[in-house]
Ligand binder design. Sequence first.
Ligand code: URP
Ligand code: ZN
Ligand code: ZN
Length: 464
Amino acid sequence: MSLLIRNGRIVTAVDDYRADVFIEDETISHIGLDLDMDADRIIDARDKLVIPGGVDPHTHMDMPFGGTTSADDFETGTRAAAFGGTTTIIDFVVQQKGHSTLEALETWHAKAEGKACIDYGFHMIVTDMEDERLWEMRRLCDEGITSYKMFMAYPGVLYVDDGTLFRAMRKAADDGTLVCMHAENGIVIDEIVKRHLAEGKTSPRYHALTRPTRMEAEGVHRAIAIAEVAGAPVYIVHLSCADALEQVTLARDRGAPVYAETCPQYLFLDIGHYEQEGFEGAKYVMTPPLRERWNQDHLWRGLAFGDLHSIATDHCPFCFKDQKALGIDDFSKIPNGAPGVENRMSLVYNGGVVAGRISPNKFVELTSTAAAKLFGLFPKKGTIAVGSDADIVVFDPKRKETISVGNLHTHHMNVDYNAYEGMEVQGVSETVVCRGRVVVADGDWHGHSGGGNFLKRGTFDGRA
Ligand code: URP
Ligand code: ZN
Ligand code: ZN
């Protein structure tokens, strides 16, 4: 099977030029001007950008959490991702406390196999790591699981203490793997939550008011300090505010190998969303919470100047009617998380490139290349080059869409609301190619469940 993408403007994290791309089976085999080659299928990309498929390094499909399970499974979630121009996700396996991480990995393989429509890798959420279990981390690395997530938040659920963090980070430093940190001081936050509930403050707005930015900044500071002593690089996930970013900047300025992601929700939504009528604010209950709008300028600066490296979604959808309602009388029982995997590329292009904040190259870096490099997928993923996997998006930089749960072009996620409802975006993924197969063309689905492969990822030594 061969595919020729003609007349497009190829944009990678570093290049921007006109050329044709020829794909044989799953791989890019030729790039050049006016390629004179026979192909089984030809796509005309005139006036379009030809960009690497998006890599979203932070999703939660089919994840038991908050007394329920995230609403997208690997089939619906990866199909929605593909519609939005994302061709690779890295999802999170959850270790059950006291049980083997390898057992958890098997469970997640079973969830994804035969269902995922795009390629996928796994991080491991480590919930305990006693000395006698440390050997599992090396085994995980051999299985292609080269990054872990650990939580300073959610005491009694996913939280790990600093000793566990340190032990795991030392082992990660030995193995060349990367620890991803949910950095918030969950112990203090839980005290604040208890006090609010005792005062009868139970509505969704208190989710934000009980999680101060200082508690995120403290978590980031502590995670970095522990990583420095352990001699390990660290990647801060879903960084939401200027306070926390300052800690990353300070650490990087002294040469520490610290990396961080933010998410569209922190760039485009704000704390005002919790003030919507009735229980509507529950739609935005995610952790960390939405922040005051002024933080967004700081995040964009961090992205533009290199202290924030990637934009992930933290896609963790729960239906408003049946799932968010678990916390109707108590905000602390609202399942934490929001949908977004489908809308990331358009949101970032519109709010970044169209708004003049970042270049098209930076857009590709933030939505694809950086995550591919940090998480051991580059150059198979994250770029357009001879020998790379043919994960390509023909992206219309002029077309506009209004994001809505009711718009069949912008919402295929299995959740009954869209966090970006009514937002108009310029820049739409038109044709999406996953390993040489056209999976989306002009809004129609051509992919299939099980079409995605599990990706055994390589290691990362912390060097930029
Ligand atoms: O609210 C969130 N972020 N839910 C998903 C779990 C996590 O902390 O990433
Ligand atoms: Zn988290
Ligand atoms: Zn998450």
